[in-house]
Design a protein around this ligand. Structure first.
Ligand SMILES: *[C@@H]1O[C@H](CO)[C@@H](O)[C@H](O)[C@H]1NC(C)=O
Ligand SMILES: *[C@@H]1O[C@H](CO)[C@@H](O)[C@H](O)[C@H]1NC(C)=O
Ligand SMILES: *[C@@H]1O[C@H](CO)[C@@H](O)[C@H](O)[C@H]1NC(C)=O
Ligand SMILES: *[C@@H]1O[C@H](CO)[C@@H](O)[C@H](O)[C@H]1NC(C)=O
Ligand SMILES: *[C@@H]1O[C@H](CO)[C@@H](O)[C@H](O)[C@H]1NC(C)=O
Ligand SMILES: *[C@@H]1O[C@H](CO)[C@@H](O)[C@H](O)[C@H]1NC(C)=O
Length: 927
């Protein structure tokens, strides 16, 4: 099978409907086993044929009727329309053209990996193809065994396209419809079918048949039991069989026999015959039924009229009123409408009931091939292009984004604009443009921004560390690891020794476990490392006098009570309160918020722990601080990056790049200027040499070289034939500074690039249609002509239609037979019945010969027409003396005495009777 027809089959097999941008996969809920295996081509591209919703798109069914497959409920997995194949079907994968340079492979995955998309770490055995593929490749049949298989896209680098739908669910089914390998499917008495959710094909029998392979005929269905008897199927191995249970008075295998013996008139309209000494049977006359032939039957009941004929009664049975196109008593004859040769221009005629269909030669069309085809009628232009007919050719005007003779190709912007998707992104052509498919973690039109460094460097924080992205759409990915408490280091790669030197504070005892430790704290301390001194003053049962200050002591749950200072209260500055510590015999200041120090003179540095971000400077205040933001940031904590890109003026050919306090525009190739608003005229630097014409394209230029030059900038002087400048098999001849192409027949031009229109010289004769071809032409001859140029009036006599040694005369598209005597009709095939005029008279029998007849006459007649009576006695057959009398068919002789015999030819010997007595000698005389 050619690729073209394989693709055609694909188009039929995978017909897709696109509704509001969604792909709905076309589904047959029940499929019949095909005898011939199919070739399926799957286009492996994210651009088409990708469905998402399990029910409404991929399997195209109503959610309400799908209770049977509750497992997949609510699944929305973008995927290539799932396939159902027969065991033995072949599968080809055609890889996305945009990605061809990247190469790709498929990998066989589990159902879970299919649903969640595979991550990494595949074995060579899971690869569907031995190496990276480009173009069309066949999947080895070993991957297509019975069952459901899941394939997903695998790339050496770049983004995982599985998430975009590049994954495929293939279910391969076998059939259980044949009793033995060569037996017909379902014994020819049923269909081999599979519902979409069934795992295999099995037989569905026609009525009257049953059994796994429809091999059993159900005898009872033929209603063999008469007279309301009931029928029971017998399942003996002896074969198909049944048993009738007869009502009273009836017996016999089919309950047709009646108890008793024949009496006169027992059977009303039929003959009675005794079957056994106790039973009889009525054999009914035509048209009667019933056990006693009492019932006039309905001759139309058996539906004798075929092909839609309408049955009507009459005395002798029925007549059929046949529909047009049918004849015969039962409308069984299909009139051959092709006999009138309705197809023109040598189309082939196929007879249909009361109709014909003509299969036309190329370039003809119409029901009777009567019209020359307008090439646009074949709808050659794809993708909504407009077709413009030009005599026998056509031109397609493509919609934006398409190209190719039939607008079948999506313009390859990735290559045309030399798009470089950064950071392992893949460039994908979309209609009218391109898009970069970014590797995980990257974003931006060209994948230039890091969006999530944790995706870019997966698993970079070891030992359960949590990765935190810090990239904030910069070009460099940044992340930090938040380690679990047993680990430390930039990537949490350093393990903390569980009972290291000073794990427990304040005299806590360390108890080491395998991967962690616990501190047993002394009284008055708590916390994981006993780092918290419990404030004894917080307990309700302290007994300090009113106005006194409770102060926690650093060991144990001990406290001391300080009474307010008496007299000199100015000791504590900045609003601090003064207390006297009797134990230490000195004053103690309790400072107002924001102050500290022995006498509350020190301003607490609130910047010690601050939340200023993005390199802001912290300015300390009293019990507060202020963040002084660097340029480009704002907010209390300078947490807002002032995005100078919002409302930027970059043109559609540039993307904005945010800097600290301004922005710049990065231009796509081919544009320049502060806002990428100027299309670079690459021709302005006159790059094309040697008199070439420069064409400014987006991002680059193209040189059309003057004759004799080549190369990107036409800088290479072509001065010899080494470059093989001659096309279409032309031979190159070197001249000084020049060359000459000697073109093969059918081509002309400096490089033999012009294909000659061989039809121009009107080579086709006798009104034939000319079609140009490479180096040749085809003439489509009108009926009756043949030959390369239709110059030969086809000799229809060679068909040998003239029969009976007639002479054939050739006419234009016809012939004539000159019949020898005795033959008639166009082909002289009918022998003229010369007896038709009943030429033989007097009961003579006529024999039809070729061109003549012969009469065999009854006795007594003669002549060509038996017209003459034969006067038999004229020849005196009875001898002279006897009397002759003509009779019908002969004569009678009345013999003279002494003679006997039919013709009186015998003389009687009278002596024989011994008439002479006493020794006398007898002498015989006449009479
Ligand atoms: C794959 O297709 C089969 C039917 O061919 C279906 O039963 C199954 O649920 C599908 N699997 C997934 C994960 O969609
Ligand atoms: C019974 O009916 C079957 C089927 O109609 C027929 O073939 C068979 O000859 C009948 N047998 C007798 C004994 O009438
Ligand atoms: C083709 O044209 C029809 C009618 O104008 C429109 O509905 C359809 O979306 C077009 N299809 C494409 C692929 O552009
Ligand atoms: C209070 O501290 C003293 C030592 O200063 C100590 O001996 C005593 O046990 C502590 N009391 C409590 C209840 O911890
Ligand atoms: C950048 O943004 C800031 C605040 O939005 C603004 O004050 C400054 O003028 C902008 N700079 C430019 C070059 O637009
Ligand atoms: C045709 O002619 C040949 C010889 O002249 C003769 O043998 C043959 O019988 C003829 N056939 C018919 C159908 O007359």
């Amino acid at each position: 099978m050619t690729t073209k027809s394989a693709v055609h089959i694909l188009a039929c097999f995978l017909q897709l409907c696109i509704v509001n941008g969604q792909v709905i996969c076309e589904r047959q809920m029940t499929a019949e086993w095909r005898v011939e295996p199919n070739h399926n081509v799957i286009k492996w591209t994210p651009r088409e044929n990708i469905c998402s919703d399990f029910y409404t798109e991929c399997w195209n069914m109503n959610k309400s009727i799908s209770g049977e497959i509750s497992e997949e409920r609510n699944l929305s997995i973008p995927q290539i329309c799932p396939l159902q194949l027969q065991l033995g079907d072949s599968l080809f994968i055609s890889s996305e053209p945009s990605f061809q340079s990247y190469g790709m492979n498929l990998v066989n995955v589990s159902k879970e990996e299919f649903i969640n998309c595979p991550k990494a770490g595949f074995l060579q055995e899971q690869m569907i193809f031995v190496c990276q593929i480009r173009g069309l490749h066949q999947v080895d049949p070993n991957w297509l065994g019975v069952g459901t298989h899941y394939f997903a896209e695998l790339h050496k680098r770049g983004p995982l396209l599985c998430d975009m739908g590049l994954r495929l669910n293939i279910t391969v089914k076998q059939q259980f419809c044949q009793q033995s390998p060569n037996a017909p499917l379902c014994s020819g008495h049923g269909k081999c079918l599979s519902h979409i959710w069934e795992k295999a094909y099995s037989c569905h029998c026609f009525s009257q048949y049953s059994g796994r392979f429809c091999q059993k005929f159900d005898m009872c269905s033929t209603k063999p039991c008469q007279n309301n008897a009931s029928c029971t199927e017998k399942t003996e191995l002896s074969g198909d069989s049944y048993e009738c249970t007869c009502p009273p008075k009836f017996s016999g295998k089919n309950c047709t026999e009646i108890d008793g013996q024949c009496q006169p008139h027992t059977c009303f309209n039929g003959n009675c015959s005794n079957v056994t000494p106790n039973t009889f049977l009525c054999e009914c006359d035509k048209g009667f039924t019933g056990p006693f032939c009492e019932d006039p039957g309905d001759s139309c009941a058996s539906q004798p009229c075929l092909n839609g004929g309408i049955c009507q009664y009459n005395q002798s049975g029925y007549v059929c009123d046949c529909p047009a196109g049918f004849l015969g008593h039962s409308c069984e004859i299909d009139v051959n409408e092709c006999s009138s040769s309705p197809c023109q221009n040598r189309g082939t005629c196929i007879d249909l009931p009361n109709d014909v269909t003509c299969i036309c030669l190329p370039i003809f069309t119409g029901k009777f091939c009567e019209r020359i085809l307008n090439p646009c009628e074949l709808l050659p232009c794809l993708n909504n292009a407009t077709c413009v007919a030009q005599q026998q050719n056509y031109n397609c005007r493509c919609m934006p984004g398409f190209t190719g003779k039939n607008c079948e190709e999506v313009i390859d912007y990735c290559r045309l604009l030399s798009i470089n998707c950064l950071n392992e992104g893949l460039c994908l052509n979309i209609i009218g443009g391109f898009t970069c498919l970014c590797a995980p973690g990257w974003t931006g039109k060209f994948c230039q921004f890091a969006e999530d460094a944790c995706l870019i460097y997966p698993n970079s924080c070891s030992d359960g560390g949590t990765c935190i992205d810090m990239s904030q759409l910069r070009e460099q990915p940044l992340f930090q690891c938040l380690c679990s408490h047993d680990f430390t280091g930039e990537f949490c790669e350093v393990k903390v020794d569980s009972c290291g030197s000073s794990s427990c504070e304040n005299g806590g005892t360390c108890v080491g476990y395998e991967d962690h430790f616990k501190c047993r704290c002394p009284i008055g301390f708590e916390g994981e490392r006993c780092e918290l001194d419990i404030d004894a003053c917080l307990f309700y049962n302290i007994s300090c006098a009113p106005g006194a200050l409770c102060m926690d002591k650093s060991h144990g749950l001990n406290y001391t009570c300080l009474s307010p200072c008496i007299g000199n209260t100015e000791v504590c500055a900045n609003g601090g309160s003064c207390f006297y510590d009797e134990e230490k015999q000195r004053t103690h200041c309790v400072c107002a918020l924001g102050w500290t120090g022995q006498t509350c003179l020190e301003n607490i540095n609130d910047c010690g722990v601050n939340q200023c971000q993005n390199g802001a400077t912290c300015e300390d205040g009293i019990n507060k601080y202020r963040c002084i933001c660097p340029l480009g940031y704002s907010g209390t904590f300078c947490e807002f990056d002032r995005d100078n890109c919002t409302g930027n003026q970059c043109s559609e050919y540039g993307f904005c790049h945010d800097h600290l306090h301004n922005y710049s525009c990065k231009c796509v190739p081919g544009y320049e200027g502060p806002f990428c608003e100027v299309e670079i005229n690459e021709c302005s630097s006159s790059p094309c040499k040697n008199g070439a014409t420069c064409m400014d394209l987006m991002g680059h230029f193209s040189c059309h070289c003057a004759a004799g030059f080549k190369g990107e900038t036409c800088s290479v002087h072509m001065n010899d034939c080494l470059d093989r400048p001659c096309w279409n098999g032309g031979t190159c001849e070197e001249n000084i500074n020049d060359f000459k192409c000697n073109c093969p027949f059918g081509f002309s031009g400096q490089y033999c690039e012009i294909e000659m229109d061989e039809c121009e010289s009107a080579p086709c004769l006798n009104g034939a249609v000319c079609q140009n071809d490479v180096n040749s032409y085809d003439c489509f001859c009108p009926e009756g002509f043949e030959g390369l140029n239709c110059e030969i009036n086809f000799d229809e006599c060679t068909y040998g239609f003239c029969k009976s040694n007639s002479t054939c005369l050739d006419l234009v598209a016809d012939y004539s037979c000159v019949c020898p005597p005795g033959f008639t009709d166009k082909n002289c095939s009918t022998d003229i019945d010369e007896c038709f005029s009943k030429p033989c008279k007097n009961g003579g029998h006529c024999h039809d010969l070729i061109g003549e007849f012969y009469c065999s006459c009854l006795p007594g007649f003669s002549g060509q027409f038996c017209e003459a009576h034969v006067a038999a006695c004229l020849s005196q057959p009875c001898g002279a003396s006897s009397i002759c009398k003509d009779i019908l068919g002969g004569y009678l002789c009345f013999c003279a005495p002494g003679f006997i015999g039919n013709n009186c030819e015998t003389e009687v010997d009278e002596c024989l009777s011994d008439p002479c007595h006493s020794g006398a000698t007898c002498v015989d005389h006449l009479n």
